[in-house]
Ligand binder design. Structure first.
Ligand code: NAD
Ligand code: DAU
Length: 353
């Protein structure tokens, strides 16, 4: 019997990675999914409890910067393809500790590329290095235009500079060594299992706890929000149908000013928590702006829609409703991830517990 293709998913214990692992493990029993994750503060095996015993799933705890460990995984697990999501992902943390982003996002990605190159010497057509990236590499929009795949890179934060650098290395390995690759650049994700350092889960948690809702600057920055399971579906389609060497932008056609989004969340939560309308919005507090805060991100997702037939499957109202319900029904998950180190992070970032 032929061995099943082994797909290495890095960062599979994180927010998006766990949705990708779950989708692939359940939808493709003919594939074997190897999840490699260092389990940093953002990695949580609780995210994968429902599929951890599946026969086509394996977990390896390792750091993508550890060349020996990564090479060993490629050899022992006979890795055929990679979906690379492991990264330091939070912009505010990149402002206080840029080196962690250089290490994981740049050096870690190059370490993985080297391992793939070393392992895939046979030139077999089945290999693929899929790099999951961000729209932030394109910089900040100050007019009503959209990011296209051809938009020049102009990263503005240490996080986006590190992701831009990793994108460049992936393309360079494709051009120089013939490594088969695809890249996708996605807008802001939201949904279940997102660590509450990011805007939407942080606001849900604070509304629940009746804590101040810290809106940076005037709240006028704009983000394009996509439901995480629609991102996982896009990753699925790019992995299976994307053309070698191509880039695909992924977005939700769903732009919101931060302040409007926080107001909407307050309204939804007032309804769900049985509070009077307007009660939670009183918690909104304008705080010092993020340094170098990008004004607007907006994706033109026309290429992936035309070429691969992907489209977001649900509306923002529906996605937000499901997301709020998930956090309200998973108080234990939230309690676990907001204890300990989270409190120290919150104190350092917001000046209060
Ligand atoms: P996350 O922070 O929730 O998860 C990152 C995961 O990577 C964690 O499980 C963590 O343990 C793991 N990890 C971190 N450093 C590692 C290392 N050195 N070795 C091995 N594992 C390590 O991130 P996320 O929001 O799920 O983002 C996943 C990917 O998608 C990232 O590459 C990010 O740049 C990209 N992306 C995120 C968004 C978004 O809105 N969250 C949007 C577009 C692209
Ligand atoms: O665009 C894709 C990117 O989206 C991903 O590559 C990143 O990994 C992901 O973290 C996200 O980056 P942002 O910086 O846009 O997301 P964040 O949730 O941190 O912030 C969203 C907006 O909300 C941003 O304008 C900053 C603002 N904000 C955020 C926090 C945490 C606040 O006003 N207050 C807050 O407390």
């Amino acid at each position: 019997m032929a061995t099943p293709p082994n797909i290495l998913v890095t960062g599979g214990a994180g927010f998006i990675g766990s949705h990708v692992v779950r989708r692939f493990v359940t939808k493709y029993p003919e594939l074997r999914i190897v999840n490699l994750d260092a389990l940093t503060y953002a990695g949580n095996l609780e995210n994968l409890r429902d599929i951890e015993d599946a026969p086509n799933y394996a977990f390896v705890k390792a750091d993508i910067c550890d060349a020996k460990a990564v090479e060993q995984v490629f050899q022992e697990q006979a890795i055929d393809a990679v979906i690379h999501l492991a990264a330091e992902s939070h912009v505010d943390r990149s402002i206080s500790d840029p080196m962690a982003f250089v290490n994981t996002n740049v050096i870690g990605t190059v370490t993985l590329l080297n391992a793939a190159r070393g392992a895939w010497k046979d030139g077999d057509a089945g290999h693929l290095f899929y790099h999951v990236s961000t729209d932030e590499v394109y910089g900040s929009l100050h007019d009503d235009s959209f990011f296209l795949e051809t938009t020049p890179y102009d990263p503005q934060s240490p996080y986006s500079a590190s992701k831009a650098s990793s994108d460049h290395f992936v393309r360079a390995y494709g051009n120089t060594y013939g490594l088969p690759f695809v890249i996708s650049n996605c807008s802001n994700n939201y949904g279940s299992h997102q660590f509450p350092e990011k805007l939407i889960p942080l606001m849900i948690h604070n509304i629940q706890q009746r804590k101040p809702l810290p809106v940076y600057g005037k709240g006028e920055n704009v983000r394009d929000w996509l439901w995480v399971e629609d991102h996982a579906a896009a990753i699925d389609v790019v992995f299976h149908k994307g053309r070698n060497g191509e880039t695909y932008n992924v977005g939700g056609h769903n732009e919101w000013r931060n302040i409007d989004l926080v107001q909407l969340l307050c309204k939804v939560m007032d309804r769900k928590l049985g509070r009077s309308e307007g009660e939670s919005a009183k918690l909104i507090t304008y705080v010092t702006d993020r340094a170098g805060h990008d004004l607007r991100y907006a994706i033109d997702a026309g290429k992936i829609e035309r070429e691969l037939g992907w489209r977001p499957s649900i509306t923002f109202e529906e996605g937000l409703d499901r997301t709020v319900d998930w956090y309200l029904q998973n108080a234990e998950w939230l309690e676990h991830v907001t204890s300990g180190a989270y409190r120290d992070y919150y104190q350092a970032q917001y000046g209060q517990r």
